[in-house]
Design a binder for this molecule. Structure first.
Ligand SMILES: Cc1ncc(COP(=O)(O)O)c(C=O)c1O
Length: 395
């Protein structure tokens, strides 16, 4: 029998992708499923971006490119940060990869390994822990609570740092909680980072999807010298409805982008040439499409939270960004709902899928038992019908 490596054996399948696959299976059996499991916009990629991809194909941009991405795109990314945040860096500090998940993998693979530790505040995006483990490093979870707004405090970060700590992973706006750290909160964390020897991976992929008065902050530019310690991760998947194009990037000090470029050149070579040209159009083009989608997500957030908070035994904090509601269902633990005993978030989600055909993701997958994640990147009609079904389950 062919062997399976220790690394591969230790990797868990992505819980969110697994939840999506389960729903697809039930759908293929003819069942109507209200699927709230996937973290991808339900909008089509805006036309001017598709046109740029099509034009790239017709113009013959269908060959290998520089492994770290074409200079024009790295320049467009640098321009976008200067315009948006006033953050200035050279295009050589950018490396473009096959989605932000790949950027995260390359960033971790290029900076940590066996014996190193990476600090991850919980609740966290399902892939962080596995991506760390794949490098041979270990992770240390720092628990945050709803009472503290699901935010890691400077004291918690300070207490988590050991001689083995190499990195802390930040994610604001956050998947799964939708929380957005304020600038002052991030500055306080930045000061702890600068007093120590650790670096930061700041995953800012939901930065353009913030609601109300919330504002996304680019962590690397909060303090002088912080950029030398920070790898900023982002991409077009969420803000431009481009999940399938697989375009993400990392911005880092030159010695890190160089190392990441070497890793990528051996791993995958360049990311898709056509997607790179489409991404230039996304970043340099008219940004109205982003605002239109953001406004729609905000409306859905209001609807979801208003309706969920009326259901018995459900408490839904209001997310300030991304497109997830992360709500508490602990009041149902120990009960039987529609004949299904509920003992934790996993059994709650299984009961929801099997009895009322609502697909959610258990909080335990994000390191937060007691909670359930609902992605509202789906139509208002689906949201209303799905929550009607959920009401049937919990009433
Ligand atoms: C927090 C976070 N980071 C990164 C990603 C990966 O994005 P991409 O589709 O660009 O790989 C996701 C996708 O769900 C995410 O939620």
């Amino acid at each position: 029998m062919l062997p399976i490596s220790k690394m591969a054996a230790a990797v868990q399948p992505s819980a969110t992708l697994a939840a999506g696959a389960k729903a697809r299976l039930l759908k293929s059996e003819g069942k109507t499923i209200f699927d709230f499991s996937l973290g991808e916009p339900d909008f089509n990629t805006p036309k001017h971006i598709c046109d740029a991809g099509y034009k790239a194909m017709l113009d013959g941009h269908t060959h290998y490119t520089a492994a770290s991405g074409i200079a024009e795109l790295r320049g467009a990314i640098a321009r976008w940060y200067k315009r948006t945040y006033g953050y200035e860096f050279s295009p050589e500090q950018v490396i473009v990869s096959n989605g932000a998940k790949h950027s995260l993998h390359n960033a971790l693979a290029s900076t940590v390994g066996p014996g190193d530790e990476v600090i991850i505040p919980t609740p966290y995006w399902v892939s962080y822990s596995d991506l760390v483990q794949m490098t041979g490093a270990s992770y240390a979870l720092v628990s945050t609570t709803e009472k503290n707004g699901f935010k890691m405090t400077p004291a918690q970060l300070k207490a988590a740092i050991t001689p083995r700590s190499k990195l802390v992973m930040l994610n604001s706006p956050s998947n799964p909680t939708g929380i957005v750290y304020t600038r002052a909160e991030l500055e306080a964390l930045a000061d702890v980072v600068l007093e120590s020897n650790i670096g930061v991976i700041s995953d800012e992929i939901y930065e353009q999807l913030v609601f109300g008065n919330a504002k996304a902050t680019c962590f690397a530019m909060l303090r002088p010298k912080l950029a030398e310690r920070t790898i900023t991760i982002s991409g077009v998947s969420k803000s431009y409805a481009m999940t399938g194009w697989r375009m993400g990037w990392a911005i880092a000090p030159l010695h890190v982008t160089k190392a990441m470029g070497n890793v990528q050149s051996q791993e995958t070579s360049n990311p898709c040439s056509i997607s790179q040209y489409a991404t230039i159009a996304a970043l340099d083009g008219d940004q109205t499409c982003v605002e239109t989608m953001r406004v729609e997500f905000e409306k859905r957030r209001d609807l979801v939270c208003r309706r969920l908070n009326k259901l018995p035994g459900i408490r839904c904090p209001i997310p300030d960004g991304a497109f997830y509601a992360f709500f508490n269902v602990e009041a149902h633990f120990g009960k039987t709902l529609k004949g299904k005993p509920i003992k934790d978030s996993l059994t709650f989600c299984s009961a929801a899928l099997e009895t009322v055909h609502v697909n959610l993701v258990q909080g335990s997958a994000f390191g937060a038992e007691g909670y359930v994640r609902l992605s509202f990147a789906t139509s208002v009609d689906q949201i209303n019908k799905g929550i009607d079904r959920l009401a049937e389950l919990v009433s």
